[in-house]
Design a protein around this ligand. Sequence first.
Ligand code: SF4
Length: 195
Amino acid sequence: MRQVRFNIHPKEAKITEAIASVEAPEGYSGEGFFTAKLSDVVGLARKNSMWPLPFATSCCGIEFMASMAPHYDIARFGAERVGFSPRQCDLLMVMGTIAKKMGPVLRQVYLQMAEPRWVIAVGACASSGGIFDSYSVLQGIDQIIPVDVYVPGCPPRPEAIIDGFMKIQELVSQESIRRRNSEQYKALMNGYGIE
Ligand code: SF4
């Protein structure tokens, strides 16, 4: 007879030892106080509460679904609140082949997101057009919107998507709260025709 495994461990789980908490930013502490840079504290909060907006058009989207499922569980990174309203989300995850006809739609979704916003191009198609070197396919979403992290693969495994997500978290935690008002950032946006 086939053995049935139940998800019950005979040993009592030591939950307090298994749960990790985020590291506090660098700062000064003394009796009853702790000071740190505002940028670091804001970065810590943003990094651990990302709201992804999955823009999935084909196969890579299925890998993303796996990364949301219990085995990989992107919720462990504080990103379980996946949303489909650009006005609420701060991380645009583009997964799949983007046809040129879809380009303006993707750009509009990006424009509707409030600052600060970040973008991941997941997989070869979103990053470079992938195997579809054709007249109808956009050869990389960075032709129409700025991209922060590229995840290679066709398709990338969920581990790679999670790795890309962690790279975004690194960027988010280190970003100065003044970056979005800087001349360099405005020049980047102007390069894409965005005011
Ligand atoms: S990169 Fe590969 S798996 Fe991903 S959408 Fe393109 S063809 Fe599909």
